[in-house]
Design a protein around this ligand. Structure first.
Ligand code: CMP
Length: 142
């Protein structure tokens, strides 16, 4: 994947959006925005797996709430390809807090709070590679 690192990012359709039946609607928005799906699966994280994924936030006051929420139901993990994918996916998601998200963004449309904010995206190309490797094996990429 290294040769395409700049064009790949990692995304999650979080348990709130899946529970609300919005998986298809979010995926349609992803495809309409020109992303290509390179890998995708429906998973239900254990608490420990969620803690591992969000390890960098362990000392934050919201860590317990965040990992309980992320392990509260199924989510969809995505490998997304597009030129400038990290930035493009963050732009499509909108601000972390949906109250601050711009019109037309996924969080404006689908998120209810800063904690239950519908989608996740990597914040850098380096973290995209780390996060993709946390969820997908090489064989799962098409
Ligand atoms: P995400 O992009 O998945 O990365 C870290 C997550 O922590 C973030 O989305 C939010 O869902 C969550 N988060 C950030 N700040 C807060 C907060 N103040 N309270 C609860 N959750 C938060």
């Amino acid at each position: 994947m290294a040769e395409q690192a700049g064009n790949l990012t990692f995304g999650i359709i979080k348990p709130d959006a899946v529970r609300a039946g919005r998986t298809g609607a979010v995926l349609q928005r992803v495809l309409d925005a020109g992303f290509r799906l390179r890998a995708m699966k429906l998973i239900h994280l254990t608490r420990r797996e969620a803690e591992g994924f969000y390890e960098v936030h362990r000392e934050r006051p919201f860590f317990g709430e965040l990992t309980a929420f992320m392990s509260s139901g199924p989510c969809v993990v995505l490998a997304l390809e597009k030129e400038g994918a990290v930035r493009a996916w963050r732009d499509l998601m909108g601000a972390t807090d949906p109250a601050k998200a711009d019109e037309g963004t996924l969080r404006k449309e689908f998120a209810s709070s800063i904690g239950e904010n519908a989608v996740h995206g990597s914040d850098s190309e380096e973290n995209a590679q780390i996060e993709l490797a946390y969820f997908f094996s090489r064989l799962e990429f098409v």
